[in-house]
Design a protein around this ligand. Structure first.
Ligand SMILES: Cc1cc2nc3c(=O)[nH]c(=O)nc-3n(C[C@H](O)[C@H](O)[C@H](O)COP(=O)(O)OP(=O)(O)OC[C@H]3O[C@@H](n4cnc5c(N)ncnc54)[C@H](O)[C@@H]3O)c2cc1C
Length: 399
């Protein structure tokens, strides 16, 4: 049986996140977007409200919620402020490699503290010279006695300046590509680890993004996740669990853009008519609504696969590619419906437009999602027709 309804607990969680977004995010979103300050008071409030680090299992002091629950929260928060939500959700991304591959000791040591006080954990694969090509990581790891020595630099790392811990991916031998990748848990106060100044960004300005420099950073061998050479698998397994949430982010942003547009066309007049009267306006809103509904279905399906099967790679790529493109389109059309007001910061549309763009870039670009899906159709997909029946016969049926 297919059931599209949420449980009572999920409804309550969704309501809590919606109220949080309306009370603590939307009223301050403009301020943080303009100043580019890190929204620490909002994040602290979120942590105190129990809306952060949702995936940490109960045995380590967390809420033990699933990816569907997390996505429902993310949709509500992203409708409030995409940048703040990126700052908040970055902890789930940073912790996921530990959830995927950590031992119980590693989970106890690094996940439990996240539930006891507000702490930040950042995920670091990307480097100045590579983002999409994870197997091309150049940061080098060398084993020396009972520890590893890391050298290299990471770029675009969300929350890096505030991180207490990093999950860092490095290679024992970059020429071996994915075969030599390793994942490490690295304390931010390790000697030789430095973070750069937050970079100025087009959108998500309420999130802090910076470089991380690693110079002879000693990492104890017990901080290796999984075994040597499993880093690529750990990174891909992480994305399979976190990409549904990027589709949920996009759905929330698109929903907010549609709702702002809906409000505006009910008020604004042109040629003696409310904008809502024009059929073209209604068609734009209809198209927005269809895309948002489809995005939500797709992220829920991907999240359901992650929760039940434990691997949502294909469904997550479908959801991410579709929902992020949808969000970009909806934000653009919502700007259009606002005319000139859509282009100035008196209304939130220009911010939503800038924020939407990042979804097509981080956690695997739109092109990378299509690469995954193209390969799936060619090599992984099980055709419904075992043998394609012959086409083109002109003989009529004789039954
Ligand atoms: C605000 C922000 C926050 C981020 N946060 C984090 C973080 O917390 N941790 C982290 O590790 N990274 C983070 N990133 C990095 C992000 O994941 C990368 O920017 C992204 O994966 C793309 O990598 P790139 O920028 O190197 O682009 P490139 O890989 O250089 O790609 C450039 C263009 O070429 C296309 N392309 C690349 N390869 C192919 C191909 N084979 N076929 C077709 N097209 C291709 C891409 O789709 C893209 O359009 C963040 C980035 C930003 C902007």
């Amino acid at each position: 049986m297919i059931d599209f309804s949420l449980t009572a607990e999920q409804f309550a969680l969704q309501k809590k996140a919606r109220e949080f977004a309306q009370q603590y995010m939307i009223p301050y979103a403009h301020y943080y977007d303009k100043t580019g300050e890190f929204p620490l008071p909002i994040i602290r409030k979120c942590w105190e409200s129990g809306l952060m680090n949702l995936g940490i299992p109960k045995e380590y002091g967390g809420a033990g919620l699933g990816i569907i629950d997390m996505c429902l929260v993310v949709e509500e928060m992203a409708a409030g402020c995409a940048g703040m939500t990126t700052s908040i959700y970055a902890n789930s991304l940073g912790a996921e490699p530990i959830l995927v591959a950590g031992t119980s000791e590693q989970k106890e040591k690094y996940l439990r503290p996240l539930t006891k006080e507000l702490k930040f954990i950042s995920f670091a694969t990307s480097e100045p010279g590579m983002g999409s090509d994870v197997a091309g990581i150049q940061t080098h790891a060398r084993k020396e006695g009972n520890h590893y020595v890391l050298n290299g630099s990471k770029f675009w790392i969300t929350n890096a300046p505030y991180a207490d811990t990093f999950t860092i991916f490095a290679s024992l031998d970059p020429s071996q590509r994915h075969k030599a990748l390793c994942a490490f848990i690295v304390d931010a106060d390790s000697s030789g680890l430095k973070t750069g100044r937050p970079v100025e960004k087009m959108g998500h300005r309420a999130s802090a993004t910076s470089s991380v420099m690693l110079k002879d950073v000693n990492v104890p061998e017990e901080n290796l996740l999984g075994s040597e050479g499993q880093g690529f698998l750990i990174a891909m397994s992480t994305f399979a669990m976190t990409r549904p949430a990027i589709a949920a982010f996009s759905t929330g942003l698109a929903r907010a853009a549609m709702e702002f547009a809906r409000e505006y066309v009910n008020k604004r007049e042109a040629f003696g008519e409310k904008l809502r009267k024009f059929e073209v306006t209604q068609f734009k809103l209809a198209e927005m609504y269809m895309k948002i509904e489809a995005s939500r279905m797709l992220y829920l399906k991907a999240a359901w696969e992650a929760d039940t099967i434990g691997d949502s790679t294909v469904a997550a790529s479908v959801a991410k590619a579709f929902a992020t493109d949808a969000a970009m389109w909806v934000a653009s059309e919502a700007v259009q419906l606002h005319g000139g007001y859509g282009y100035i910061d008196q209304y939130p549309l220009e911010k939503l437009f800038r924020d939407a763009k990042l979804y097509q870039i981080y956690e695997g670009t739109s092109e990378i999602q299509r690469l995954i899906l193209g390969r799936h159709v060619l090599d992984g997909y099980d055709p419904a027709m075992e043998k394609i029946p012959r086409w083109g016969s002109m003989t009529p049926p004789d039954f």
